[in-house]
Design a protein around this ligand. Structure first.
Ligand SMILES: Cc1cc2nc3c(=O)[nH]c(=O)nc-3n(C[C@H](O)[C@H](O)[C@H](O)COP(=O)(O)OP(=O)(O)OC[C@H]3O[C@@H](n4cnc5c(N)ncnc54)[C@H](O)[C@@H]3O)c2cc1C
Length: 406
């Protein structure tokens, strides 16, 4: 078979977003190359918990996008012809202080009106939902009854398997070193395995997007932090009913990159009984895959503060990946200004839930030149970002007990 280096569309980055875009574009009949510097899922998509969450949505402009995408999960297994390990599960965010609740209050008034159940529950209700939670110092929780979880590896494979059958050309261990521009438009990419040509290039490169932008003189507002995780042995003494998180991330986002030193907890249990525990680290431009030496201890400290019973659980593996955020909590999604043919699909808050619609939106942009599924203007890569995410504006006090150890 003759290998060609010219395509209708080139997608850079085979994370969950790139894989979804590859699926939707091949399904629409395009000849597509998916170019990945390492292996599929080697970025954050191979490191996450697969939470399909609508409750964490940026509330000013992102609700229609998240709702539409969340709905796709109802039929996604049937559509992809395989299990993606999807289950409905509620989520509980533990609040340690009144100020954490104040930060969630606006969300609690907006989300239910949009059809996303989300409410405050007092400590006595928290223990009915999760009987092993330590009530000491607990202010309450927010409860989102209609969330979900998928297996992120199966989700990526589901998209890719379909795309492969529809003629996708997948190039792994192929790094894009530069973007080729002629007369103000993109015409291809330079890679470690030679040049590929196309007049449509999609960057689904998450934490690496800023670096690629700088090569062509664009300074996209996208920041990186290291999110780490660990998994325990099976631990039969605790059976979780929900996905449990702590609210400290709110403080981290408020305090910003220079002042952030809090750990957040995300705790989830597999069907087999292992516990997945995650945390967010200090923001910083981190692209390596090295876990910080304080992360396992920080994760253990905060998790056992809320669930003392887990002191007896044994850790079997830890890992980390660079994750992104933008100043206004919205993705960089849409055509790049003044550079015909280049489209960004990067830095989704809750990328798992948004992955199906990311594929649909980019496919519309390629096939018809505009998107009428939702309004994507607020997500324009070159927006000013003066509109910060209001949910996180209120200052709140830090709790000493969950600061990262030095
Ligand atoms: C521990 C942890 C838990 C998380 N839990 C959740 C969760 O439960 N739910 C949720 O929604 N989100 C979660 N996240 C965040 C989520 O994982 C990310 O938002 C998501 O994976 C981003 O997907 P992506 O496809 O945009 O980026 P990535 O998966 O990071 O993919 C980008 C890809 O681009 C490739 N690339 C970059 N530059 C180049 C180049 N020059 N040439 C070729 N390839 C390139 C990278 O190698 C990478 O594979 C979690 C993250 C972590 C780390």
């Amino acid at each position: 078979m003759k290998i060609t280096n010219t395509f209708d569309v080139i997608i850079v980055g085979a994370g969950v977003v790139g894989c979804s875009i590859a699926y939707h574009l091949t399904k629409a009949g395009f000849k597509v190359a998916l170019v990945e510097q390492k292996h599929v899922g080697s970025g954050a998509s191979g490191a996450n918990f697969g939470m399909v969450q609508s409750n964490d949505v940026e509330i000013k402009h992102s609700i229609p996008m998240v709702l539409k995408s969340y709905k796709r999960f109802d039929d996604l297994e049937e559509e992809l012809g395989m299990s993606i390990g999807f289950r409905r599960i509620a989520s509980l965010r533990l609040l340690s202080s009144e100020s954490q609740w104040m930060n969630s209050k606006e969300r609690a008034s907006i989300l239910p009106k949009a059809g996303i159940p989300y409410e405050y529950v007092p400590p006595e209700r928290v223990v009915e939902i999760e009987p092993e939670v330590n009530l000491n110092g607990l202010y309450g929780a927010t409860h989102a009854s209609y969330q979900g979880q998928a297996n992120p590896f199966l989700l990526m494979w589901g998209f890719l398997r379909q795309a492969n059958q529809l003629g996708l050309s997948l190039f792994t261990f192929t790094e894009v070193n530069n973007l080729i521009i002629q007369s103000g438009r993109i015409v291809g990419v330079e890679t470690t395995k030679g040049n590929f040509y196309s007049e449509k290039v999609i960057l689904a490169t998450a934490a690496w997007t800023r670096k690629l932008g700088e090569l062509i003189g664009h300074h996209w507002n996208i920041h990186t932090f290291r999110a780490s995780a660990m998994v325990t042995e099976r631990f039969p003494d605790l059976r979780l009913n929900t996905i449990v998180t702590s609210a400290d991330h709110i403080e981290m986002e408020i305090n910003g990159p220079n002042d952030a030193e809090l750990t957040v907890m995300a705790l989830s249990q597999t069907e087999e009984g292992n516990f997945l525990i995650a945390q967010a680290d200090r923001p910083g431009e981190v692209l390596d895959g090295k876990i910080s030496h304080v992360a396992p201890k920080a994760m253990s400290t905060i998790t056992t503060r809320f669930f003392p019973i887990l002191r007896k659980a044994r850790i079997i593996r830890t890992w980390t990946a660079p994750t992104t955020y933008t100043d206004d909590g919205m993705p960089l999604l849409g055509p790049v200004k003044d550079l015909d043919g280049l489209i960004l699909a990067a830095s989704f808050r809750s990328a798992i839930v948004n992955s199906p619609i990311a594929g649909e939106i980019v496919t519309q942009l390629i096939s018809q030149g505009y998107c009428d599924l939702i309004d994507i203007i607020p997500f324009a890569p070159e927006r000013s970002m003066s509109e910060a995410d209001t949910v996180y504006k209120v200052k709140s006090t830090k709790s000493k007990s969950n600061e990262m150890p030095d």
